[in-house]
Design a binder for this molecule. Structure first.
Ligand code: ADP
Ligand code: MG
Length: 344
């Protein structure tokens, strides 16, 4: 057994110092970080983007299969993804935790190792937060600050009839990773000590446990001088995100099932679980890819880019939300409930 330290032994300030002392500072706009009554951030050119998210144990994550390091990493990256979805660059984060005495200092250090890994990978600065006790479980709240030139900010509401609907990367992997983890959790409950069978699922487990925000795509837009007409990140599943863009932009959509990008491992695992891979992409969520629209005139500029897949186009609002299936049928696009996931 390795040594464990009770949180109370360190006291609040000792704990904060222990958790945050190893963080580097990457951005010139961070003038004062942790340690004063407030952080000081120099306002860069452009506008400030601000977003916040709260994660609660048992609701948003499960300590059985989310190692704390991964949890810390994911808590940061899902927030960075919200800035990216506005076509901005994330710069600073604040992290607040409410933690029960069941957690040791070492466990919290692991959480902050993950937070630090994400901050290092994406060159964002941890500039503050709050630490408090909870009666049970762990709650993590992350606030992220980002910047963008005012003219480059992309909202959900700018899609036009005729625009191309484009998605980055591939979809459904994070959901299938979760299915594998949940299966192993059941096995472990039945037979504690059983070795988890996670071999061959590396890609989808990584998609679930260590999602990466598409900061690279913001750079790519900049380089190509492209500004999407509307954009959103895929946290809840493709169908639901398409609905957000359509309703905010007052347009309809035609989505082609055979164009939806699905990785081979996602596809094969879905089949093994008797799940329809398309439904996993449409309703699975947590892939943190970007979904955006561009005028048709941009087609030549993006058609050969490996990161981008055109999956449909926007129509008049009166045409509704349609899915063109692999066998050419036109059906209403739906965000499926969890129970309609299995193939009959
Ligand atoms: P105050 O009493 O003024 O709210 P705190 O004692 O809560 O100050 O925090 C001291 C410093 O440590 C502040 O800069 C605060 O932003 C930072 N801080 C507190 N908790 C955390 C945390 N969990 N993660 C990162 N920074 C934190
Ligand atoms: Mg405080």
């Amino acid at each position: 057994m390795s040594e464990t330290t009770n949180i109370n032994e360190l006291g609040e300030f000792g704990l904060i110092r222990k958790l945050t002392s190893k963080f580097e500072r990457f951005n010139g706009s961070t003038m004062v970080g942790i340690g004063d009554d407030a952080a000081v951030v120099n306002q860069e050119e452009g506008v400030m983007l601000v977003s916040t998210d709260m994660l609660t144990e048992g609701v948003h994550f499960d300590m059985m299969y989310a190692p704390l390091k991964h949890l810390g990493y994911k808590a940061i990256t899902v927030n960075l993804s919200d800035i990216v979805a506005m076509n901005g660059q994330p710069k600073q984060v604040l992290v607040s935790i409410a933690v029960s005495s069941r957690f040791t200092v070492e466990a919290l250090e692991e959480l902050y190792e993950g937070i630090r890994a994400a901050c290092n990978n994406y060159k964002v600065d941890l500039i503050g937060g709050d630490t408090t006790t909870s009666l049970s479980g762990l709650t993590i709240s992350v606030t992220v600050l980002g910047v963008a030139p005012a003219a480059k900010v992309v909202r959900r509401n700018g899609a036009q009839k005729g625009d191309l609907l484009i998605v980055t990367g591939d979809l459904g992997g994070a959901y299938m990773g979760l299915q594998v983890l949940e299966r192993e959790k059941l096995v472990f409950r039945e037979a504690p000590g059983a070795q988890p069978e996670l071999e061959g699922y590396d890609y989808i487990l990584e998609r679930q446990l260590k999602p990466e925000p598409r900061v690279d795509i913001v750079g790519q837009f900049e380089e190509m001088n492209l500004v999407p007409t509307a954009m959103i990140d895929i946290s809840d599943g493709l169908a639901s995100e398409i609905f957000h863009i359509c309703s905010e932009s007052q347009v309809g959509v035609k989505l082609y099932e055979d164009k939806i990008p699905i990785d081979q491992q996602t596809y094969d695992t879905a089949r093994d679980f008797n799940l329809d891979p398309t439904l996993c992409a449409l309703s699975g969520g947590e892939d943190y890819e970007l979904l955006f629209t561009l005028p048709q005139a941009s087609y030549d500029a993006i058609k050969d880019l490996p990161n981008f897949t055109v999956i449909g186009y926007m129509t008049d609002k009166s045409e509704g939300y349609e899915l063109i299936t692999k066998d050419g049928k036109q059906v209403p696009l739906q965000a499926q409930g969890w129970d309609s996931f299995t193939t009959k």
